[in-house]
Design a protein around this ligand. Structure first.
Ligand code: GSH
Length: 208
């Protein structure tokens, strides 16, 4: 039983999507980031950067408990543990890691900034809105080109790269991106969205 320290955000949903796909047993430990629970000392012990998600696997490497933060690292760990959603062949594995890193370094943080300036900033700062909405659109363009010749983000297989990208793309209305402007992303989005584990993972509540 994996402990998942979680809140219902895109980075949290990456992990629930993966766990639902694989059927690994897990228990939710809600961390209400709106109330500052991410700063509690007991959470900081497993997630020193005060961010969800984090996991504790009682059956980690060597059969010992192991805790991990950063959603990309958690996805790699769980893919290695289950041998799922990560291609075994070397170049395909690096392709999946490459698109996972693209999401972790760009598609998540830049869309997060767009959300901040569009929805959370105490005043409307046009410069910030334009900078991050433009960047969001550029990133959707990059993904659209990649998906023009590939069924999924890293090739023909559904991998942890897709799992990392989808929950951010699911907030396209928040960052004012119209999927109709990116037809290959739209095709991919509809296919991923139709997976039962995606529906389940995206709707995991705070408590179970
Ligand atoms: N790079 C981190 C980012 C995690 C992250 O930004 N988590 C947000 C919710 S999506 C959070 O916990 N925010 C709390 C805070 O900023 O204090 C990851 O992918 O795990």
């Amino acid at each position: 039983m994996i402990d998942l320290h979680y809140w219902t955000t895109p980075n949290g949903h990456k992990i629930t999507m993966f766990l639902e796909e694989t059927g690994l047993a897990y228990k939710i430990f809600p961390v209400n980031i709106g109330k500052g629970e991410q700063f509690k000392p007991e959470f900081l012990r497993i997630s020193p950067n005060n961010r969800i998600p984090a996991i504790v696997d009682p059956d980690g490497p060597g059969g010992k408990p192991y805790s991990l933060f950063e959603s990309g690292a958690i996805l790699i760990y769980l893919a290695d543990k289950t041998k799922k959603f990560m291609p075994a062949e070397a170049t395909k594995r690096y392709d999946a890691l490459q698109w996972l890193m693209w999401q972790m370094g760009g598609f998540g943080p830049m869309l997060g900034q767009a959300h901040h300036f569009l929805r959370a900033a105490p005043s409307k700062i046009e410069y910030g809105i334009k900078r991050y909405v433009d960047e969001a659109k550029r990133l959707y363009g990059v993904l659209d080109k990649q998906l023009a010749g590939n069924a999924f983000a890293a090739g023909e297989e559904y991998t942890i790269a897709d799992i990392s990208i989808f929950p951010w793309a699911a907030r396209h209305e928040w960052h004012t991106v119209n999927l109709a402007d990116f037809p290959n992303v739209k095709r991919w989005y509809d296919i991923v969205n139709a997976r039962p584990a995606v529906t389940k993972g995206m709707s995991v509540p705070y408590l179970n």
